[in-house]
Write a protein that binds this ligand. Sequence first.
Ligand SMILES: *[C@@H]1O[C@H](CO)[C@@H](O)[C@H](O)[C@H]1NC(C)=O
Ligand SMILES: *[C@@H]1O[C@H](CO)[C@@H](O)[C@H](O)[C@H]1NC(C)=O
Ligand SMILES: *[C@@H]1O[C@H](CO)[C@@H](O)[C@H](O)[C@H]1NC(C)=O
Length: 794
Amino acid sequence: MACVSRLSFTAIASIFIVCALDRISGQISYSVPEEMKEGSFVGNIAQDLGLSALQLSARKFQLSPDDGGRYMKVSFDNGVLSIFERIDRERICGQTDICTIPFEIMLENPLEVLHGELVILDVNDNSPTFRESRIEFQISEAISPGVRFRLESAEDPDIGINNVVDYAISSSEYFSLKSRRTDEGIVIAELLLEKSLDRELRSSFQLVLTATDGGIPQRSGTAQILINVVDINDNPPVFEKDVYKFSISENAPKSSLLMKVKANDLDEGLNADLTYSFSGLTLQRVHGVFSLVPETGEIVIEGHLDFEESNSYSLDIQAVDHGSPAITGHTKVLIKVIDVNDNAPEIKVKSLTNQIPENAPPGTFITLINVIDRDSGQNGQVNCEIPRDLPFMLQVSSTNYKLIVSEKLDRETVSEYTINVSAWDFGSPSLSTNKTIYITVTDINDNAPRFAELAYNVYVAENNAPGASIFTVTASDTDLEQNSYVSYSILDNHIQNLPVSTYININYMNGTIYALRSFDYEELKSFKIHVQARDAGVPPLSSRATVHVIILDQNDNAPVIVSPSEQSGSAALEILPQSAGQGYLVTNIMATDVDSGQNARLFYHMVKATDPSLFIIGQTSGEIRTQRKIVQADLTTQTLVILVKDNGQPSLSSTVTIHITILQNTSETLTKNSNLVNNPEYLSDINLYLLVIFSCTSIVFLLIIIVLIGIKCKQDRNKPQEYTSPSYCYERENMQDTFNRRSALEETLRYPGTDQVGRVPGLPQYSVCLSPESAKSDFLFLKPCGPAIFQAQS
Ligand SMILES: *[C@@H]1O[C@H](CO)[C@@H](O)[C@H](O)[C@H]1NC(C)=O
Ligand SMILES: *[C@@H]1O[C@H](CO)[C@@H](O)[C@H](O)[C@H]1NC(C)=O
Ligand SMILES: *[C@@H]1O[C@H](CO)[C@@H](O)[C@H](O)[C@H]1NC(C)=O
């Protein structure tokens, strides 16, 4: 591409070239610089051929349109050859040194063909160019200074001096450019490394490479050189801290992130790609507790932190880059574990036995209690207590506690203690532990057997069956086992001067009391024995109670008629004066009954009379009186049979037969008889006697009733008391029994070989003889029973 200023220069050059036209060769030759403007002068062909301008047209001057003819035209006015079309030397000839374009001229008259050539002269119309405008280089930082890197050459289609003659780069302290010319005239540019590279300092360079040619004016072309410094693994990983310190409480949860270590590597890429790990210096025990994330350097709690196990950890950590060879960096992590109150106190009971005798005095040592807390400081300080309401206390002895007895014990009150030992530390929050100690209080024979009552009243109906049990005393002992095994015995030796063994016996195992004989109320109304209950402890303890045996009366004695007395073998005799009027007291039947109470309450009946209309008997008084006046017609001898019957159940009775003789005017006899009847002394004697007997029996009866009511009341109050019930029942049964055994009793009465039948001393002795029939029919026949009775009496 030509510019105006260059054109003038080209024109001058072309003139010079035209001058050099070689005419001698006979060939027409013109030289023109390339890139001449259209119409530019090439040469004066008319002149050069020696022709005038007119001749040119006359001879039909013609340029062959091939080759050079294309680029030129001829002016027929002045014969000047000028540029018809712009000529680019590089297009037509390339890099050829000399560029000529042949052309042909044809003339007629005569026909002439002339050959010419157009020499195209090079003009510096092209700048040097690089194939790539960006040239990239990778240079390792390891390469030492002095090394040269050949650069790609620039191209310039111009030739000769117009071609590339030199290179230059922008200034850099690391690089310089060296260019040299080969023998072939080619200029080679080389980049020289002046100074060691450090990627970590500067990782890339941008230089401008300039190629210049030698044309006038000079032309140049540039390219960017981009130099990347390639990293080599020349930097170690460096941790941010030489030593990391960290505190963590021991209750930090598992898998939580503890901290992060970080190392930096100035290299890049794999050389800066780090992997973290525990170094060989790290103790094995750390591995289970902490783990390290290799990629990130995060330290994670892997296991269980326990201040009590280890209160600090030292971790040696390394970071290795992935360079080849790899470089390793190290650091240390110091982890302090902070104590947390995570351990409750432990209570250890160092006990050999948990038994303590109840008589252990206050202060007796029971067991040692050891309390420990694995925490430290406040968290590890402990206090220990037991409830205050127990008869035990804790005594501090150095690091232990002694459990001792603080009050008197009584197994019978509390035989087992559950002691809640409670220990807590002073941490915040405080932790506590409870432990239960069981203490058994062992028995000591400190309790005597105890009777339910100090005195027992036992009622036994007389005529009881010998050998039958009458009562059971029971004593209980609150002690245990052997100390509570109770045996019974009777302390007395004699009862009424007879060995006690003839009366009564006690089962030493269960306290059942047996009557060994049949009691007779009329002989023995009550007696006392002392029973003892003794336990089997060592030494044994005992206690005693009084058993008051009260014998209850039974209707086992028939009334005895005292007066009027029957003469031996015959009836009693009474005399009645004929003059006796109505209501005359004939006689008073007197009878006694050794039984007591109702059994001794007597009723009088007249069961047989010669003339029932004449006499009447007072049912309770026993007085026989006349019912009417005695008349002449009445028989002089009247016979009465009087039945005396007691009120027992069943009742017993006796009869007396009285012969009453009615006397006529026998005033003497009458007087005597009435004197007898009216004799106050006599009467008062008998009456007094009867009164005393009656009063006595009444009082005894009354007393019995009172006592019975009293016992009944007491039983009702104490109900239910099992020990009384059996005896009560027994008594009733026994009574029933006794009634059932009536026939046996009858036999006893009839054959008084035994001393069962009681007598009233000082009175005529009668025996009531009962036949089975009479028992049934309530008829009683009173008669002497023969010498047997008197035998027994004497
Ligand atoms: C003792 O501890 C047990 C169990 O913890 C509990 O059932 C009992 O009620 C406690 N006794 C006392 C007297 O505190
Ligand atoms: C121990 O007993 C105390 C008092 O009874 C109670 O406050 C505490 O919670 C108990 N501790 C444990 C661990 O059961
Ligand atoms: C006492 O023991 C005797 C003999 O073993 C027995 O017959 C009696 O029924 C017992 N008494 C009681 C109240 O158990």
